[in-house]
Every structure is written in C-alpha cells, then in structure tokens.
Design a protein around this ligand. Structure first.
Ligand SMILES: N[C@@H](CCC[C@H](NC(=O)CCC(=O)O)C(=O)O)C(=O)O
Ligand SMILES: [Zn+2]
Ligand SMILES: [Zn+2]
Length: 393
C-alpha cells in the first residue's frame, strides 16, 4: 500500500493496515488517521478531538457519524495497544501484520484492532449497500487511551459528544470477550476496581536493639493477612465473588542490620454490584481497624476509583446480538460479567452498552494473533446485527 492509498474493505486488509500503525499508548501511530480517511470516504462526518490533562499525556481520539436520526447505533473501541515487550521474541514482527497458517499476527490483533477492523468492514459494507440515506445513524467512538490511564479517552470523548448533542440508543463495544471460541461470550457488565495503598509506620533502629525500635513489617503482614483471609462476599446473581489481591509489598531497605521505619503494600479489589467504591473502602477500613487492634499504626490511602461495577439489563438489543452470533457461529453466547474492567463503564452513562468481540486468548501476549476466519465471522456477525437493527419496525 502506498502511504496515501486506502486498504480494501476486507476485515483482514483493514486489520493488517491498523496493526502496521505503531500506536502504543499514547501514540496515535497513524491508526486514527487511517480510520478517519476510510470513514470520510464512506460519507461519515469525522471529528478528531485531542484531550489533555496535567500529568497525563495528550491523547488523540475519533468520533464519526453517518445519519442524524434514530435509531442510532454506536460502535466503540480503541486503537491504542500495549507495548510489544521483547520484539525479538515474536515469531513475526509485532507491527508487521503477517499472516501465517491462517493466523494474523501482531500487537492489537485481538485487542482490539482486529475488532475495530470488523466493525468498520461491516459498517462500510452496510452503508455501501444501503446508501447513506438509510433510516437511522451509525457512529464510531474510538479512543487512543484505553490501555493507558484512560483519562483523555472515552470518558472525555463522551462528554464532548454529549455537548454536541450527539445521542445514541445502543452501543456495541468490540473488546475481545470470548475466552476460546468466537460466539461463546457477551459481556453485559463489568466488576469494579478499587486500589488501596497501605502503609504501616514503625520506628527505625538497630536490629540488635529491637526494644529501641518498632518494626513495621510484622504489623504489615498481620494486616495483609487479615484482608486476604476472609472472603469479601459470596458473589451475586450476575457477578462472581469480589476478590482482593496484593500486588506489591515494599520496604526498600538496603541494610541488613536496620529495622525500617515504614513498610508499604498495594492491593487491588475487583468488586461486584453489592459494593460501591465508598462502601467497600469503609469495609476495608473496618477490617484493618479490627486487625490493628489499636497497636499497629497504619495509614490507608484509597485513590478515587473511576471503575464502578455495572450491569446492563439484557434487552431487545442483547437479543439481536445473540441472534446474530447464533446465526453465524451456531453458538449461544453466555451473558457474563467476568474479567477486567473496560471503557463500557463510561459508556453505560451515555446509552446501554454490551460487549462482543474476538477471542481474547492471546491479548497482551507475545505472538498475539487472530484467526483470519474469526475476522470474517465477526464481520458477518456485526453486519447481520446492523441489518437487523435498522430493519426493526
Ligand atoms: N488502563 C485502564 C483500564 C484497565 C482495564 C483492564 N481491563 C482488562 O484487562 C480487560 C481484559 C478482560 O478482562 O477482558 C483492567 O481491568 O485492569 C484504567 O486503568 O483505567
Ligand atoms: Zn482492549
Ligand atoms: Zn487490553
């Protein structure tokens, strides 16, 4: 492809072209430019807002729409990718877009340039077949900040769209939702995420004179055990049990003969709909206070969480997505809230959102790859969904 030529509209060609754009967060890498040119050529009005926030990198985003009326269907996703890690360890270059043995290799193949390519191929095909005057609208809300701090991406893009008076009835987010086979799983919600930073305070001193010091490490271990020992809850009808994991314990003491003054640990909790970040934070404090018993001096920092648990009640739109998946794969997807959080946590305040995309088995891994056949089938699912969405009375 010459620099200005557009790839053909097949999902494979689009996914290869996107993978060849090195868009490791927060770099745009040419990926959004490519989408903009493809969407503009198909008659979409395209906008490229760039957002900033002190202390975070500026990030480029894309919003596109064709049609002004309803029903209005929004496709959402991201073109940024996580770093490839050791590029020499990859079987094929992470930004080459190589196809071998029926698999397309590259960073973002499943998470989620492949998914973006499929939604684009399906929408461009529908618009070409029906003409731009179909009754309704199709939108694209694509960020370059999903894998990063998620501050200058979807959350601000939605505010920007709201301020312009953009409205959508339903959103399909194309994150990789299937554990091992296309058609297995739709995500209808996500657990919340809360991070805690725990510090136990002691008094520095000589290891040979412990009575003149106060070692914070046993206290930190006691508090950490207290948080890990008791389950947080037993799960709910739609959500797994909440889980807490310590991610680091740090003392940073280079000396073998000094009792340190402080010991620190960080934990992250993935919580279900029976909690908010506030009620869960209060419960964590209650458990720590009980374990400390007035004798362990600690401070707990709970940075504000922008990731609540949420659930989208299955509705007629969910039924359309299920029907499209069943027709193309023969599988009936389970409706799940498992896994990490996603940008759907922001979109849910804008319109009902569900997630369905590729098989996520290799996401974030060396040799991330997608079956070319899955790209074609996911495009057929999205194409069928669009047709049935706009055919509704
Ligand atoms: N970096 C962002 C969001 C982090 C989102 C991340 N999500 C996943 O890993 C999704 C994978 C899956 O379960 O399908 C997470 O949950 O940490 C931020 O921090 O805002
Ligand atoms: Zn993703
Ligand atoms: Zn990811």
């Amino acid at each position: 492809m010459t620099p200005d030529a557009l790839p053909d509209r097949s999902p494979l060609a689009l996914a290869q072209a996107l993978i060849r754009c090195p868009s490791v967060t927060p770099e745009e890498g040419g990926a959004l430019d490519l989408l903009a040119r493809l969407l503009e050529a198909a008659g979409f009005a395209v906008h490229r807002p760039r957002f900033s926030e002190p202390g975070t990198p500026d990030v480029e985003n894309l919003f596109a729409r064709i049609g002004t009326g309803g029903p209005a269907l929004l496709f959402a996703g991201h073109t940024d990718v996580v770093p490839p890690g050791e590029t020499g360890a990859w079987r094929h270059g992470p930004f080459d877009g190589t196809v071998a043995d029926g698999l397309l290799y590259g960073r973002g193949a499943v998470d989620m340039k492949g998914g973006v390519a499929c939604m684009l191929a399906a929408a461009l095909d529908f618009v070409a077949a029906s003409g731009p005057g179909f009754a309704g609208s199709i939108g694209f809300l694509i960020t370059g900040d999903e894998e990063g701090p998620a501050v200058n991406g979807t959350v601000k893009l939605l505010d920007w769209a709201r301020a312009r008076g953009e409205r959508f009835d339903h959103c399909l987010l194309g994150e990789p939702t299937n554990p091992s086979a296309l058609g297995e799983m739709i995500k209808i919600g996500r657990r919340g995420s809360l991070t805690g930073k725990l510090t136990v305070h002691g008094r520095q001193g000589h290891v040979a004179y412990p009575h003149k010091a106060e070692n914070p490490i046993p206290g930190l271990l006691r508090l950490a055990s207290a948080l890990c020992e008791q389950p947080i809850d037993g799960g709910t009808a739609h959500f797994d049990a909440s889980n807490l994991a310590f991610t680091t314990i740090d003392v940073g003491n280079p000396a073998t003969n000094v009792i340190p003054a402080e010991a620190r640990a960080v934990f992250n909790i993935r919580f279900n709909e029976s909690w908010t970040a506030e009620t869960l934070g209060a419960e964590v404090r209650r458990r720590l206070d009980a374990a400390a018993g007035g004798s362990i001096r600690f401070t707990l920092d709970l940075p504000p969480s922008n990731a609540p648990a949420f659930l989208t009640q299955p509705d007629a739109f969910t039924d359309l997505v299920i029907a499209a998946i069943e027709a193309e794969t023969g599988l009936r997807p389970v409706l799940s809230t498992t896994g990490g959080t996603s940008d759907a946590r922001f979109i849910k305040d804008f319109c009902p959102v569900i997630e369905f995309g590729l098989v996520g088995e290799t996401m974030h891994q060396t040799d991330e790859c997608v079956a070319v056949a899955d790209l074609e089938r996911l495009t057929a699912i999205y194409r069928r969904l669009i047709a049935s969405y706009f055919a509704r009375p």
